[in-house]
Design a protein around this ligand. Structure first.
Ligand SMILES: C[S@@+](CC[C@H](N)C(=O)[O-])C[C@H]1O[C@@H](n2cnc3c(N)ncnc32)[C@H](O)[C@@H]1O
Length: 280
């Protein structure tokens, strides 16, 4: 059965409420691998002191933390996300200040009285079932001279950290990702991403691709961390596999990682990230 987009969103919200603390610890607080993108995104936007910035799907606040430094005391930053637990972490982790605010708002439905100089959105566009609605919403909230900055993961072939597990797991658990879930890879090429942003009315679109290699340690560490950090509904599906299926699955994933494994046993994955800037 296909999930409706409203059901998907409810479920995704629940997942992010549950996953946020682990995501924060494992990714957001460590500027390794794909999270080198935060600095790149910020530096590609030429943010000035005094700017008003909105960070859409701000998560646990990794982007807002840097944005706040850039806009200084005369500017301000709003982080918007649908996960209350992510917002709670973001508030605690980002220093308290008058010019930084976190709000519980859906990217497809928010509205602010004011217009922003800059809008950012890191690693979230692919989660929005109606990404056009979210992008048009962002455009409506941008000043005429405003700039948009988006980061997404690249094509699955160039992000084997996810793909090595995904390819194997979907063989064992066909409904691993419930039907009706938006395709998370749909903006994974420069062309796809550019077209999507253009369709929403933005101009002067530039996309750069980066490789931020990431080592998850040995295969055993990669696998253990996957099981530890995965969202609860997926863990429940994995737990339903028999012992022999689990072993077979693990061996299949191991096979997928082999070409990225160095002589000393550690895995070194490439990790493509696309960073886009566009004008109103
Ligand atoms: C991978 S995290 C990225 C968070 C942050 N931008 C970062 O770089 O760490 C994705 C975030 O998107 C949020 N999210 C998903 N769907 C959303 C929606 N429709 N509106 C607002 N936030 C949403 C999730 O709650 C989660 O915090």
């Amino acid at each position: 059965m296909r999930v409706k987009s409203s059901e998907y969103k409810k479920c995704n919200m629940k997942i992010w409420n549950e996953v946020a603390p682990r995501y924060h610890k494992r990714w957001a607080t460590v500027s390794k691998g794909p999270f080198q993108s935060t600095q790149k995104l910020i530096s590609s936007l030429q943010i000035k002191k005094g700017d008003h910035v909105l960070d859409v799907a701000s998560g646990t606040g990794v982007v807002t933390k840097l944005l706040k430094q850039k806009v200084g005391k005369t500017g301000y930053v709003i982080g918007a996300d649908t996960s209350t637990s992510a917002i709670k972490i973001a508030k605690k982790w980002n220093d308290k200040s008058q010019n930084l605010l976190f709000v519980n708002a859906d990217a497809e439905n928010f509205s602010f009285k004011e217009k922003f100089d800059i809008i950012t959105c890191q690693y979230a566009l692919f989660f929005f079932p109606n990404s056009q609605k979210a992008l048009k919403n962002m455009r409506n909230s941008l000043k005429k001279e405003g700039v948009l900055g988006i980061s997404v993961h690249g094509h699955p072939d160039r992000v084997p950290y996810f793909d090595s597990i995904f390819k194997a797991v979907t063989k064992f658990i066909p409904n691993y990702i419930p039907p009706g879930t938006p395709d998370f890879d749909r903006f994974g090429t420069k062309k796809q991403l550019k077209n999507e942003i253009k369709k929403a009315g933005f101009s002067k679109i530039k996309v750069n691709d980066y490789d931020f290699p990431y080592s998850p340690g040995t295969f055993e560490q990669y696998w253990k961390n996957y099981l530890r950090y995965v969202a609860k509904p997926i863990k429940e599906k994995l737990n339903k596999l028999s012992k022999s299926q689990r072993k077979e699955l693990k061996d299949t994933v191991r096979g997928e990682t082999r070409s990225y494994t160095k002589r000393d046993g550690t895995i070194q994955f490439p990790w493509e990230v696309l960073i886009l800037t566009a004008k109103y």
